[in-house]
Design a protein around this ligand. Structure first.
Ligand code: GLC
Ligand code: CA
Length: 558
């Protein structure tokens, strides 16, 4: 089948279903809630949705622990609801990307329940079991740590063996070296593609192949074992097989979540000749405001730009990138990347959109980002629902209670629940998200920041996104143009160009909440320059100028 590679011109909206819209008053978002908002997505102009997991799950990690890959979570609705949702999306020209969580399943999955029955069970080898170390086998098989804290191994009394879980103990890792497991994954992927889904976001896909012998990880300050399961020995073979046998037969897309990925890896996973994944999510830009990935650190614009530029130059003609500021695992992007915005929230949010989405790659916008939703004002660590926080707190309470204060300080800025508070639809009770009690509190700023208000206000962030998306969609200059950065070392200004067939785009962003002088790059010669996007309400010419706080300008030149 000839693949159209439609993802190169997609603008994708991420829905975290639990927090999007609740249709039946139980405080939990659901599929019928999504159906009721499809017109809204169409109005925004996106042409695809990435839906975080909606499969059957005991919700240890909000659906990222799947107990049945072929059915819908009770709280979210039924397969019929799902079908109605896909039809509704397709009617509006919106494609659906499902989340594929196959590094691990839930411990409540039938396969794991069978595996627990004993070493001879045919499903035992679907998971990764080992004997413990030490005289009486009471030490875990190796020193790997779970991404959510503690050992990555859980002891199973009955069989006297441990199983591996890189996330919570309710998320046992699947054994991809077992051909039966790979076949199961192929069948699941085929099942949803045949039902009409248009692609997959592949959860922690860089972790699926573990090094033979499962050797101890190098000692370091953060997590142990990474070097033995990130980009493991068979990963490329496994992804290539999935592509050849299933994905290549559909006009679908894949985006792999890639913890531990750099530019070179991103090329290996997404180069078209290799036929593995189409695109990836990398994390390096998300780490530019942190030490060890989680301790907050002041953002330096030049550091952020350097990472983004490395991907723009590096992936050129070799792979395909994704562009994102937010998702369900990241805090909100303002003020994270803009600093304190004072009374310029709208300008700051619009500027951030321009800075990223004029680059090459597939853009993603996370629910609420298009109205400028912000982190929640947490008052105590007990308010967090995230299983990652709960696990870590358990460990701190036991071994290092003094670290709780530091943890709370870091979590307020970085915690995943920041992105998971319910979507703010209007200024009525519970922000219009639910008529019941929301599963996670609503941000008190919903009176000012909500969809209804944003739709009414001509100058809202929403209307700016709409304009930007319409400008970007189908625009060859943005889809294919080359990238050239100016003033790379500036910590105030982000300025780059895109070039394609005699046309040129000049993007100028002021990242500071104050006036900054701007000089036209010396090689900037052109016949005409039209202002095509601007976050202030007046005309501008392409010339030396003083940029207003957070001013963002896009000129199209010939
Ligand atoms: C990915 C998901 C995250 C989840 C983890 C384990 O990183 O985005 O939400 O907790 O994988 O599945
Ligand atoms: Ca509900």
């Amino acid at each position: 089948m000839q693949r159209s590679r439609w993802y190169k011109d997609a603008f994708i909206y991420q829905i975290y279903p639990r927090s999007f819209c609740d249709s039946n008053g139980d405080g939990i978002g659901d599929i019928r809630g999504i159906i009721s908002k499809l017109d809204y997505l169409q109005e925004l102009g996106v042409n695809a949705v990435w839906l975080s997991p909606c499969y059957k799950s005991p919700n240890d990690d909000n659906g990222y622990d799947i107990s049945n890959y072929r059915d819908i979570m009770d709280e979210f609705g039924t397969l019929e609801d799902w079908e109605e949702m896909v039809d509704g999306m397709h009617k509006r020209g919106i494609k659906l990307i499902m989340d594929l969580v196959v590094n691990h399943s839930s411990d409540e999955h039938f396969w794991f329940q069978e595996a627990l029955k004993g070493k001879d069970n045919p499903y035992r080898d679907y998971y990764i079991w080992r004997k413990g170390r030490g005289k009486n086998g009471k030490r875990p098989p190796n020193n790997w740590t779970s991404r959510f804290g503690g050992s990555a191994w859980e002891y199973h009394e009955d069989s006297g063996e441990y199983y591996l879980h890189l996330f919570t103990k309710k998320q046992p890792d699947l054994n991809w070296d077992n051909p039966k497991v790979r076949q199961e994954v192929h069948d699941i992927v085929k099942y949803w593609l045949d039902k009409g889904c248009d692609g997959f976001r592949c959860d922690v896909i860089t972790y699926i192949s573990k090094k033979e012998g499962l050797p101890n990880g190098k000692l370091n300050v953060a997590l142990l074992g990474d070097e033995h399961f990130t980009h493991g020995p068979n990963i490329h073979a496994y992804l290539h097989a999935l592509n050849k046998e299933v994905l290549s037969k559909y006009d679908c897309m894949t985006v792999g979540e890639g913890p531990g990925m750099n530019v070179k890896h991103a090329i290996d996973y997404t180069s078209e000749e290799r036929e593995e994944l189409d695109t990836v999510f990398t994390f390096e830009h998300m780490h530019t405001d942190a030490f060890f990935q989680f301790l907050p650190r002041k953002l330096k614009l030049s550091r952020l730009k350097k990472v983004l530029a490395a991907y723009q130059y590096g992936l050129r003609d070799k792979g395909w990138n994704s562009l994102y500021w937010e998702n369900h695992d990241q805090p909100r992007s303002i003020p994270r990347f803009t600093g304190d915005f004072g009374d310029k929230r709208k300008e700051a949010a619009k500027m951030l959109a321009v800075a990223l989405y004029m680059q090459q790659g597939t853009p993603y916008v996370y629910q609420g980002q298009e109205i400028g939703m912000m982190n929640y004002p947490w008052k105590s660590i007990d308010e967090f629902q995230d299983v990652m926080v709960k696990n870590l707190m358990g460990i701190f309470n036991k071994y290092a209670p003094f670290l709780k204060k530091v943890a709370f300080w870091a979590l307020k800025k970085k915690g995943r629940d920041n992105a998971r508070t319910p979507m703010q639809w209007n200024d009525k009770e519970n922000a219009g998200f639910t008529t019941g009690t929301p599963w996670l509190p609503i941000n008190p700023n919903y009176k000012e920041i909500n969809v209804e208000q944003a739709m009414k206000d001509k100058n809202s962030i929403f209307h700016f996104y709409k304009k930007l998306i319409a400008f970007r969609r189908g625009n060859p200059l943005i889809i294919h143009g080359t990238f050239k950065e100016n003033y790379a070392s500036s910590n105030d200004i982000y300025c780059y160009e895109r070039w394609y067939k005699g046309e040129r785009l000049m993007v100028i962003c002021n990242f500071k909440n104050k006036e900054i002088p701007f000089k036209l790059p010396s090689d900037c010669v052109y016949k005409s320059a039209d202002l095509v996007l601007h976050n202030y309400d007046y005309d501008r010419k392409l010339e030396d100028m003083t940029l207003r706080p957070y001013e963002a300008l896009v000129f199209k030149m010939i």
